[in-house]
Design a protein around this ligand. Structure first.
Ligand SMILES: Nc1nc2c(ncn2[C@@H]2O[C@H](COP(=O)(O)OP(=O)(O)OP(=O)(O)O)[C@@H](O)[C@H]2O)c(=O)[nH]1
Length: 396
């Protein structure tokens, strides 16, 4: 992305968004202003309205008629629950195409405004419950989601399942997507399963997952399950996008469990031992007892489930609901979401700034030789970084 266009992107997106919402005759400024202090409200409202109006006049031409029609179709389709529009909208947020990326932001902004309006009608409480599910490969995640998801749709919920697959970032392949998973749930019209995007950095994949969550909620999915395999940093990223983070562990000791990173157990709101049936019931009980005592200090629970027999699944759901209710009542869940918004913004900034840095011509030119010298040991990484940063800032 060229330097000038980089600086303009955020501005352009907000302008495009204003233009579009303006075209629809609705003012975003009203929804934002309600959150402000009473004394500042009027002045802020007027100022924003002025900004919106002038932005509208200035940038009406920015969205072509075709783009307006596409966004309008996607938005209307999405909020009326059309799966094809949801799928197309998620594809739009996954795109690497610069213009489409801007359009995606306009759409996300619009859906966020719609969701905030709905939340306001719901007494300020979120309408959807976001649950993160993580665990080592083979822990039984997809088998659990299949059974759990069917139980939820059977009781009237609309469930979406999104995957964050760290392997897709490095290999373009997929740890999670290369086999048929959740076959029954994928046929269920009350469920929407979206595999992980197959390319991009982890930062990019988590950005699109965050945006996909917003789109799913806009499409009326009241339960969003975000699944990730416990590899790399993906589970930390997922913990930062959900209301409740659940760690699934198989009933095996030793080596398998060593794959579970220490910090992740502390991040989990609930630990679940899977496959608690048949020959695995005894080890499952033992692991549950070990985790229960280890988690006591953290005031966290450990449950046991079997996706094969269905045992423990309903109890687990009750526990999750209890967690949600307590969080909503205390306001902790809402404040968790608010701080996640900030984390999300910063991860976007990090990704864009890094991309901008790497694409800056003087950095791009100097980078191969400096990298080569660093790998040969001729130049310290710190000095190389300083040189690149200097090249970057003098070019600004
Ligand atoms: N006995 C028993 N086996 C199970 C249960 N759940 C899953 N399995 C088996 O465990 C294996 C792995 O299950 P998956 O659901 O694919 O696990 P996963 O965590 O999604 O695996 P990845 O996609 O590799 O991350 C499969 O062979 C399942 O049949 C269960 O409740 N009981």
């Amino acid at each position: 992305m060229a330097s000038s266009s980089f600086l303009c992107v955020a501005h352009r997106v907000s302008m495009l968004s204003s233009a579009w919402t303006g075209r629809l005759g609705r003012s975003l400024s009203c929804t934002v202003a309600l959150d402000l202090g009473r004394s500042a409200l009027l002045a802020e409202q007027q100022r924003r309205r002025y900004c919106m109006d002038s932005a509208l006049n200035q940038h009406m031409g920015e969205l072509t008629d075709r783009e307006t029609r596409v966004l309008e179709r996607l938005y209307e389709g999405l909020v009326t629950g059309r799966r094809a529009c949801l799928a197309e909208s998620i594809t739009l947020v996954e795109t690497q195409h610069p213009r489409k990326k801007e359009l995606a932001q306009v759409l996300v902004q619009r859906v966020l405004a719609h969701r905030r309006q709905q939340e306001r009608l719901n007494g300020g409480k979120p309408l959807a419950f976001r649950i993160g599910l993580s665990g080592p490969p083979g822990a039984g995640k997809s088998s659990f989601i299949e059974v759990f998801g069917k139980m939820l749709t059977g009781s009237g919920h609309k469930v979406s399942v999104l995957a964050v697959d760290p392997s897709s970032c490095t290999t373009g392949g997929s740890l999670m997507g290369d086999k048929t998973r959740m076959t029954e749930l994928s046929r269920d019209m009350q469920a929407y399963i979206r595999p992980s995007p197959t390319s991009g950095t982890l930062g990019g994949v988590t950005r699109t997952t965050n945006e996909a969550i917003v789109l799913c909620e806009g499409a009326g999915y009241d339960i969003v399950l975000v699944e990730t395999v416990g590899v790399g940093q993906s589970e930390f990223a997922v913990a930062d996008m959900v209301d409740m983070f659940v760690l699934l562990i198989p009933p095996a000791g030793g080596d398998e469990l060593q794959g579970i990173k220490r910090g992740i157990i502390e991040m989990a709101d609930l630990v679940v031992v899977t496959k608690a049936d048949g020959d695995l019931l005894v080890p499952a009980r033992r692991i549950q007892a070990e985790y229960t005592s280890a988690l006591k200090l953290l005031r966290k629970k450990c449950q046991r489930v079997s996706s094969q027999t269905g045992e423990g699944v309903a109890e687990l759901w009750s526990r999750m609901q209890e967690f949600q209710e307590v969080g909503l009542r205390s306001g902790e869940l809402q404040s968790r979401r608010r701080s996640q918004q900030k984390v999300w913004m910063w991860s976007l900034i990090q990704e864009s700034v890094l991309q901008h840095f790497q694409e800056q011509p003087s950095v791009r030119d100097a980078l191969p030789a400096l990298e080569e010298r660093v790998t040969r040991g001729d130049l310290s990484p710190g000095l190389a970084a300083d040189l690149l940063l200097r090249a970057f800032s003098t070019a600004q």
